[in-house]
Design a protein around this ligand. Structure first.
Ligand SMILES: C[S@@+](CC[C@H](N)C(=O)[O-])C[C@H]1O[C@@H](n2cnc3c(N)ncnc32)[C@H](O)[C@@H]1O
Length: 228
């Protein structure tokens, strides 16, 4: 009996030792993992800023183009708070792909739709450079048959272009996504909210980056209180 008790006690000590050791190792590798995640995110964001500056010099100085980048650090902080296992993320108007790649690196199952095919090529190249599995499709994020109309009958969608809807090619419908991100120009947020209200899942979160640099969240067609 005494021997059994001693053996049991020894096992508890041993188990305690192992647990402590595992905990310490786990903590170290979690910190290590965080450092690696943030180093990757730093590299993606820096690449994104360089691409946007070059795009400004070589394209936007010559002609109008709607690609203006969001503040990637603001996006990064917001997505870090929202990530969770198995969440599917979609970016409407993904341009050079940086926001979608940030989401992928954080563990979202991430997709981007962009109407400018040249920018989709850029996004795929950037994803490959950063070892990201983010997927990009060229076409329109507006669902087939969608028509925007204000109360007084205005159907103009501003810089949101019309084109072939690509949810079929993507393999997912708008209501398959848990989070949708968009950067509408002034006056275009109502179009994105309308698309989400009509086609998105009721409990999905629509994140809109505003020209004021703030991200607002909408669920079920309503704005959530405070910035996202
Ligand atoms: C303001 S930029 C935002 C870029 C990126 N989302 C970001 O936040 O950095 C808007 C992008 O939407 C694209 N776009 C416009 N209409 C679109 C449509 N119907 N479907 C897909 N992309 C569209 C533009 O070509 C442009 O690259």
């Amino acid at each position: 009996m005494a021997v059994a008790a001693a053996v049991a006690a020894a096992l508890v000590v041993a188990a305690g030792g192992v647990v402590t050791e595992r905990f310490e190792t786990g903590r170290l590798s979690a910190l290590d993992g965080d450092a690696r995640l943030h180093a990757r995110l730093d590299a993606v964001c820096a690449d994104g800023r360089a691409i946007a500056e070059q795009f400004e010099r070589t394209v936007r100085r010559r002609r109008f183009h709607p690609f203006v980048p969001a503040d990637y650090e603001v996006v990064r902080r917001t997505l870090l708070r929202l990530r969770g296992p198995g969440l599917r993320f979609l970016e409407w108007g993904s341009a050079s792909g940086i926001v979608t790649i940030i989401a992928d690196v954080m563990g979202f199952d991430a997709y981007g739709i962009e109407i400018d095919a040249a920018l989709v090529d850029t996004a795929r190249t950037v994803a490959a450079r950063h070892g990201s599995r983010a997927r990009f499709v060229s076409g329109s994020f507006l669902p087939s048959g969608y028509e925007w109309r204000t109360h007084d009958g205005d159907t103009r969608t501003g810089t949101i272009a019309t084109g072939e809807s690509v949810y079929g090619e993507l393999g997912f419908a708008p209501d398959d996504f848990d989070l949708v991100f968009g950067y509408p120009w002034a006056g275009e947020a109502s179009v994105m909210c309308d698309v989400m209200r009509r086609y998105g899942r009721r409990d999905a979160l629509l994140l809109l980056y505003g020209v004021d640099g703030v991200i607002r969240g909408y669920r079920g067609g309503r704005e959530e209180v405070g910035p996202a």
